[in-house]
Unconditional design. Structure first.
Length: 281
């Protein structure tokens, strides 16, 4: 089996719209961004028989067991805030779903959307640059199927990871969790929607503003940021440059719905050139 350059682990999602649906989830957005940056991508996921993932995401490699259903989200944006319901969930993932050949991938992003991946998966990739999106571990589903925030109190999900990504939306008021992550993970990135991002590196926080964008749909921007950051950091080992590249990629992505506007390298670099003043400070 071929080893991908970039592996994403997490459920693909059917995002319900007023008319129909579209493919979403960290696995989708991160995979497409990495692919458009020239990387061979593998996704470890589960989905129901109604989805043909190879047809929906051509040239992406897939691994994972079968599922009777696909994870499905309803997203409603009001006043800059998002309300979500989980209408169905695919079966959980396990470490056994990761092919042995994929465990040598250069870059890995652990990207569950709602508790489908067990903690500690990063330890399966000792030679990889491993990033983890905290989002999927900081969510619970209530009795009305609404997504709620929660503080993580279980087994650590970040061992083996070098970069941890979390958003203001994920944290809410539970900022105390950041102190533990910054003590145990070399790089922690806090994305802040239109306010840009903060990066904890070498024992202090640094900030970068958001790049200007004609926003149409912010769904997936944080996932795109994570994928672009990991790619650039793998290529350059430059934290400041990676934050700038990822911020520009996220700005490009919000200018059209779904995966339509996920940018290639030339488009991202052009956005960076337009705004030399936006840097990590």
């Amino acid at each position: 089996m071929t080893t991908p350059d970039f592996v994403v682990i997490g459920h693909v999602v059917r995002d319900l719209l007023l008319r129909g649906w579209r493919l979403g989830g960290t696995a989708t957005f991160a995979a497409v961004q990495a692919q458009r940056l020239g990387f061979r991508v593998g996704v470890v996921t589960r989905a129901g028989p109604e989805l043909s993932l190879p047809a929906l995401l051509p040239d992406v490699m897939f691994a994972g067991g079968a599922s009777t259903s696909t994870t499905s989200f309803e997203n409603v944006y009001e006043g800059g805030r998002r309300r979500q319901r989980v209408l169905s969930q695919a079966e959980p993932l396990t470490g056994d779903d990761v092919p042995a050949a994929w465990r040598g991938a250069p870059i890995v992003l652990l990207g569950p959307v709602c508790g489908e991946a067990p903690p500690g998966l990063g330890e399966l990739f000792p030679r990889s640059l491993v990033g983890v999106s905290a989002q999927g571990w900081l969510r619970r589903v209530d009795s009305s199927r609404r997504v709620r925030r929660r503080a993580w109190t279980g087994k650590r999900f970040w061992p083996g990871c070098r970069v941890l990504f979390v958003s203001d939306e994920d944290l809410g008021r539970r900022r105390d969790q950041l102190a533990r992550w910054t003590a145990e993970v070399p790089l922690v990135v806090l994305t802040r929607y239109r306010r840009g991002a903060r990066v904890h590196w070498r024992r202090r926080w640094r900030s970068i503003k958001a790049f200007p964008a004609r926003e149409k749909d912010p769904t997936g921007a944080g996932d795109i940021f994570a994928a672009a950051f990991l790619v650039r950091y793998y290529e350059t080992s430059d934290v400041a440059g990676s934050a700038r590249f990822a911020s520009a990629a996220a700005a490009c992505s919000v200018e059209a719905p779904g995966i339509e506007r996920i940018a290639d390298r030339a488009t991202i670099e052009a956005r960076m050139e337009e705004h030399p003043e936006i840097v990590l400070r």
